[in-house]
Design a protein around this ligand. Structure first.
Ligand code: ADQ
Length: 464
């Protein structure tokens, strides 16, 4: 079996309890466990002068290799191009995307640094899998350094529609670099379609087969591979002692009321403001339900150096404070708004205690919280998942979730009422359909689906 070299911006060392990690880190840990390979990326640390020194570690069956970056690298590449340019643009938010040549330059420089450092680690039979929007040009950097291996790329976030993508000054050059890969993967057909549309109409790529594009001498295969969770692990986590304790604690503190739960990184793409407003609408429209429910929103801050994240944080505190100010009583608070991360087993217990999982991003590549919520439920008495139709997960979970348009406070309000009144047999039926998907198309299925296509593809470079 070939070794798998995974390259991503951040590498998180495995920890059994987890913490406030992003979805990508959680998924990759599971994907690499019991697989021979290396996970390479930025350590999250800064250094005075970049040296390319690699720190190897082995923990929990996974070998990690990390490098430190300079302050300026982090400012331009990570806080800049990745988080202030590409993230908002790829989530359709051109109104807050910042286009700065300095960011773009820093992004290319850091990708070159990654290419220089990781190249000597790659052996001829390895397959290389680059992850996410921080690393789009890395494949080209590796090719320029003589790497003839099979190299794949997976985009964890949406690919924006062509007209939006075209607003990025480097859109054509950046997209062209993707043709250095053998395979590019997307979470859903929708994002793959947007990419294909851009490649054909803006770059002049030719569609050779429905999933194969040719640009000049390069052939690129596209694959839709929705990422999943480690369902077995999560079900086990939901039955752990820590989960049971968390479950008890939540049920006790609910004093018979139904809990609605939201768990998200504090990010404007997650639709938190709209969610609070939808919940407020529900409280307005259904006074009889007021003291029967409460919303627990867990939202650990992320990317605090970026101004748009500071703004959303302030705005959310304002909205939650206002709603609580208007509706709270001495024995009831409508929104419990918590800004910290929790270990995964505790989170599993909290999900299980919630009658409703409220997952309403305005745009999301996939959304693993939706799948975790499903996996944590009691099969005899499961809760209801309310899910944004604009999350990648909606393509798989429409079989059982209550789908909503997250921009519509009215739809959110209606969905909350529907979910609260849903009889048990209907909840069970919907949950079973979703659980079937969550447990079948799990994170190992995702890894396999992608690597199968990658192993079967090319490699054109190897042959030349
Ligand atoms: P994210 O935007 O980070 O991921 P998501 O898929 O929901 O979003 O994953 C979040 C992860 O962080 C989940 O595993 C969740 O349990 C964990 N988490 C969130 N809040 C937490 C808390 N308070 N305590 C502990 N853990 C917490 C990006 C894309 C997604 C895509 C993933 C994976 O934006 O669309 O699903 O990558 O591809």
């Amino acid at each position: 079996m070939s070794r798998l070299i995974i390259i991503s911006n951040r590498v998180s060392t495995p920890s059994p309890t987890g913490g406030a990690q992003g979805g990508l880190a959680v998924a990759l840990q599971a994907a690499l466990r019991e697989y021979r390979g290396i996970w390479f990326g930025w350590s999250g640390e800064t250094t005075e002068t970049f040296t390319g020194h690699i720190n190897f570690q082995r923990a929990g069956g996974v070998t990690t290799a990390t490098i430190d970056l300079e302050e300026q690298d982090i400012e331009e590449y990570y806080n800049g191009y990745a988080n202030r340019t590409l993230w908002p643009l790829f989530h359709y938010r051109i109104d807050i995307a910042e286009y700065e040549r300095g960011f773009a330059g820093g992004y290319l420089r850091v990708n070159d640094r990654f290419a220089d450092t990781v190249r000597p680690l790659i052996e001829p039979d390895d397959i290389v899998w680059v992850q996410d929007y921080h690393m789009i040009p890395l494949g080209q950097g590796l090719r320029e350094r003589g790497c003839r291996n099979r190299i794949g790329f997976f985009l964890h976030i949406p690919w924006p529609p062509r007209r939006l993508m075209a607003t990025l000054p480097e859109a054509a050059d950046l997209t062209r670099t993707l043709f250095a890969y053998d395979v590019v993967g997307f979470q859903t057909d929708e994002w793959a379609d947007s990419f294909r549309d851009f490649a054909i109409h803006e770059l002049g790529a030719v569609l050779e087969e429905p999933d194969v594009l040719r640009l000049d001498d390069r052939t690129l295969r596209l694959v839709s591979a929705p990422i999943g969770i480690d369902a077995t692990e999560f079900v086990a986590a939901s039955r752990s002692t820590a989960a049971k304790l968390a479950f008890r604690r939540m049920r006790d503190s609910a004093v018979g009321r139904d809990m609605i739960v939201g768990v998200d990184r504090l990010d404007y793409s997650k639709g938190l403001e709209e969610r609070f407003l939808g919940y407020e609408r529900f409280l307005q429209e259904h006074p009889e339900e007021r003291k029967e429910v409460f919303l627990l929103q867990i939202a650990p801050p992320s990317r605090g150096e970026v101004e748009s994240y500071q703004r959303i944080r302030t705005s959310l505190e304002g909205i939650a404070g206002r709603i609580n100010g208007v509706y709270a009583d001495v024995d009831w608070v409508p929104i419990r708004y918590v800004n910290q991360g929790y270990p995964r087993d505790v989170l599993a217990g909290i999900y299980r205690a919630a009658r409703i999982g409220l997952v309403t991003p305005l745009r999301d590549g996939m959304n693993l919280v939706a799948k975790e919520y499903v996996a944590a439920q009691d099969p005899e008495d499961p809760g209801v998942l309310i899910l944004s139709r604009f999350a990648g997960a909606a393509a798989q979970l429409a079989v059982g979730a209550v789908l909503v348009n997250p921009y519509s406070a009215e739809e959110l309000s209606d969905a909350l009422l529907l979910a609260l009144k849903m009889p048990r047999d209907q909840r069970i039926e919907r949950w079973r359909a979703m659980m079937e998907n969550v447990s079948t198309e799990d994170v190992l299925w995702w890894r396999q689906r992608f690597t199968d296509v990658l192993e079967a593809a090319g490699p054109e470079y190897a042959a030349s």
